[in-house]
Design a protein around this ligand. Structure first.
Ligand SMILES: [Zn+2]
Ligand SMILES: [Zn+2]
Length: 340
């Protein structure tokens, strides 16, 4: 005859209590490429690769899965047959989607819900929305390095579009020392970042491969590269540093740091007037920008990057380090007595 213990364990086995099942994602939670590096994948590239993983066109993925998430109760089944431009209100050829627009936020939230991932914000520039102005920052159309595409293909790596290529000031690939291309070499089209059919590495109009073999390589003059190298590496740094940020940068914090840098510049010039040659212009610009900011984000290429260059700081130091650390480093750089 079974004892009470064996009856209890028997009962546990046949318990009808529903087991705890973790939430399932509607779409594959594929890994974004290059996270934590300057070559982090862009949001639209992730979307297009996601469509590819599910053997769908970008349009089908967007209009059947993403549109209902973004439109909520306004979504109607008839939308499924429409083109992607009807969802993005003709912003598909504009720089909006990998930048800091409301639609960037909507698209990120929809993709995070569908994949059950929580880290897709790093695929756009949303993190910097409160402190960096989007004016003149993003390209109107896709741009790409054909040598990167070709190299990844040869090495059998995933073909994708780095967020870095979305920026107007990134005109050159520093790996291959060549200009980024913004017109299809086969059909001459300029290409939107979102299209009904878009495979990374291929033209969304004529469907041709946009990589280039070695014979077609056209290098850029080293002098041209040096002129824009610091802008490209600084933008890459901002993309790479996002996963390390413990909180979103705020205007209050950035203004405090910029005011301090302005104070250091002035102290350095009053101690050694010859420094005015290097610092005069940027001191003036910084003073005006900080004095008149009215809580509007700052220009990255015209203000934040040159200020960091003159202060001998990297952008990740500016945003990752606290003001105590910056004070110590800046006093050292400018040979001022450290008193903070
Ligand atoms: Zn390249
Ligand atoms: Zn083409």
């Amino acid at each position: 005859m079974p004892n009470q213990d064996s009856i209890n364990s028997e009962l546990e086995v046949v318990s009808l209590k529903a087991p705890a099942i973790p939430r399932r994602s509607r779409l594959f939670p594929i890994e974004p490429i290059g996270v934590g590096t300057a070559y982090t994948e862009s949001l639209t590239s992730y979307l297009n690769r996601l469509a590819q993983e599910h053997c769908l066109t970008s349009r089908t993925l967007i209009m059947r899965e993403i549109a209902p998430q973004i439109m909520g109760q306004d979504f109607e089944v008839s939308y499924r047959k429409k083109k992607v431009s009807s969802l993005f209100a003709n912003t598909d050829a504009k720089p909006a989607l990998n930048g800091m627009k409301t639609m960037t936020q909507n698209l990120t939230q929809a993709l995070e819900y569908l994949t059950q991932r929580e880290d897709l914000k790093i695929l756009s520039f949303l993190t910097w929305k409160r402190v960096i102005s989007e004016r003149e920052l993003f390209r109107q159309y896709r741009a790409w390095c054909p040598d990167c595409y070709e190299q990844w293909k040869q090495e059998k790596k995933s073909i994708y579009e780095p967020l870095l290529w979305s920026f107007r000031d990134v005109k050159i690939c520093l790996h291959h020392q060549c200009q980024l291309i913004d017109e299809c070499p086969h059909c001459g089209s300029r290409l939107p970042v979102i299209a009904n059919f878009l495979l990374p590495g291929f033209c969304s109009r004529c469907k041709e491969w946009m990589g280039r073999d070695k014979d077609g390589r056209k290098s850029t003059h080293p002098r041209d590269i040096e002129e824009i190298r610091s802008n490209i590496t600084s933008i890459g740094e901002l993309i790479a540093v996002v996963p390390q940020l413990k909180y979103e940068p705020t205007m209050e914090e950035l203004i405090r740091k910029l005011q301090f840098i302005s104070f250091v510049f002035e102290s350095a010039v009053s101690k050694d007037l010859t420094r005015f040659v290097a610092l005069g212009n940027i001191m003036e610009q910084l003073k005006i920008a900080v004095g008149q900011h009215q809580n509007k984000p700052f220009h990255l290429v015209k203000l934040i990057i040159p200020v960091c260059q003159r202060a001998n700081l990297t952008l990740s130091q500016l945003f990752l380090e606290d003001i105590q650390w910056l004070s110590r480093i800046l006093f050292e750089h400018f040979h001022l007595g450290y008193k903070v």
